[in-house]
Design a binder for this molecule. Structure first.
Ligand code: MN
Length: 268
C-alpha cells in the first residue's frame, strides 16, 4: 500500500498547519462519549457514542470528534475544549438529584454520577471559553443542572395528565409535537411546530438562570431551552435518530455547525 498516495505522509507532517487551515465551514464539533462495559466483558470499559450524532454533524459540513468523558483526576478537558468549536452533550442516564438540591424520588432512574461530574467539568469550561453547546435529551438536562436549573425526576409521577414521553416502538420517528417560541431553534427549523420523537422520563423543571424555555409539548413538558447569550441550546428529543431521514431535523445539525463556524471566526 502506498501511504503517500493516501495522504498519510502529508497529514502526519502538517498537523499544526492543518488546525490553522480548518475553514469556517468545517468547525470541530466534540461529541461527548460516555463509557460503559460491553455485554460479556466486565473487565474493560469502552467509550461509545451513537453514530447518529457523528453522521449528522458530518452531513452538515462539520468535523465531528468523539470527546471521551474521562473520569480520571485532572483529565485534560481544557485542552480539548480549547481545540473545539462546539460541543454536543448526548443522551443517556438520569442526573444525580442532589446536584440540583433534591432527594431521590420514586421513579428516579439509573443515575451516572461520574458521568455527571465529567460533563459538569466540560460545561464549565465551555461556558468560560464561550464555546457553543447543543444538549440532547440527557444533554439538555445536565446542561440545565450544571448552570443552576432543576429537573422533574419522573414525568409519569410528577406531571398529571402528561403524554407518554417514553415512546414504544420505532424511536427514530416522531410521536408528539413541540411548540417553539422565537429563538435559535425556531429559526433553525424555519417553523414554530416540530414533530419529534420522545425517549425520556425526566424533563427540565426550572430552567437555569440565563435560560429561556423555547419549546413545550402539548402537555406542558419543557422540550427546549436556549441561553440568552445565544450559545447554549437543549432539546429533549433525539434529533440524531431522525436527521438521517428527516430533512427538518437535519436543519438543527446545520444550524449548530453554522453557529460553531461563525463563533470560530469571531474567536480568531
Ligand atoms: Mn417528549
Amino acid at each position: 500500500m502506498d501511504l503517500d498516495a493516501l495522504g498519510f505522509i502529508a497529514f502526519t507532517h502538517a498537523s499544526n498547519e492543518n488546525r490553522q487551515g480548518v475553514g469556517p465551514l468545517a468547525p470541530l464539533i466534540g461529541i461527548a462519549s460516555p463509557k460503559k462495559y460491553l455485554e460479556g466483558n466486565t473487565v474493560d470499559q469502552f467509550f461509545y457514542v451513537s453514530s447518529g450524532y457523528v453522521d449528522g454533524i458530518a452531513r452538515a459540513g462539520g468535523t465531528p470528534f468523539i470527546l471521551p468523558l474521562m473520569t480520571i483526576p485532572d483529565a485534560p478537558y481544557r485542552r480539548m475544549v480549547e481545540a473545539l468549536d462546539g460541543i454536543i452533550l448526548t443522551g443517556g442516564e438520569d442526573t444525580a438529584p442532589h446536584l440540583y438540591g433534591e432527594a431521590p424520588q420514586h421513579g428516579l432512574g439509573e443515575v451516572a454520577y461520574e458521568r455527571d461530574l465529567a460533563e459538569l467539568a466540560l460545561i464549565r469550561l465551555a461556558v468560560e471559553l464561550k464555546k457553543p453547546i447543543l444538549g440532547i435529551c440527557r444533554g439538555m438536562q445536565i446542561l440545565n443542572v450544571a448552570l443552576g436549573g432543576t429537573l422533574i425526576q419522573d414525568i409519569p409521577r410528577q406531571v398529571p395528565g402528561s403524554y407518554q414521553h417514553a415512546q414504544k416502538g420505532s424511536k427514530q420517528y416522531g410521536t408528539h409535537t413541540v411548540q417553539l417560541k422565537p429563538g435559535f431553534l425556531a429559526s433553525a427549523f424555519g417553523q414554530t411546530e416540530v414533530f419529534v420523537n420522545s425517549s425520556h422520563h425526566q424533563a427540565v423543571k426550572d430552567p437555569a438562570p440565563g435560560f429561556t424555555v423555547t419549546g413545550r409539548a402539548g402537555d406542558g413538558v419543557i422540550e427546549a431551552i436556549e441561553s440568552e447569550n445565544g450559545l447554549m441550546f437543549g432539546v429533549q428529543w433525539h434529533p440524531e435518530r431522525m436527521w438521517g431521514h428527516d430533512g427538518t431535523m437535519q436543519k438543527l445539525a446545520a444550524a449548530f455547525v453554522d453557529l460553531a463556524a461563525r463563533k470560530q471566526l469571531n474567536n480568531r
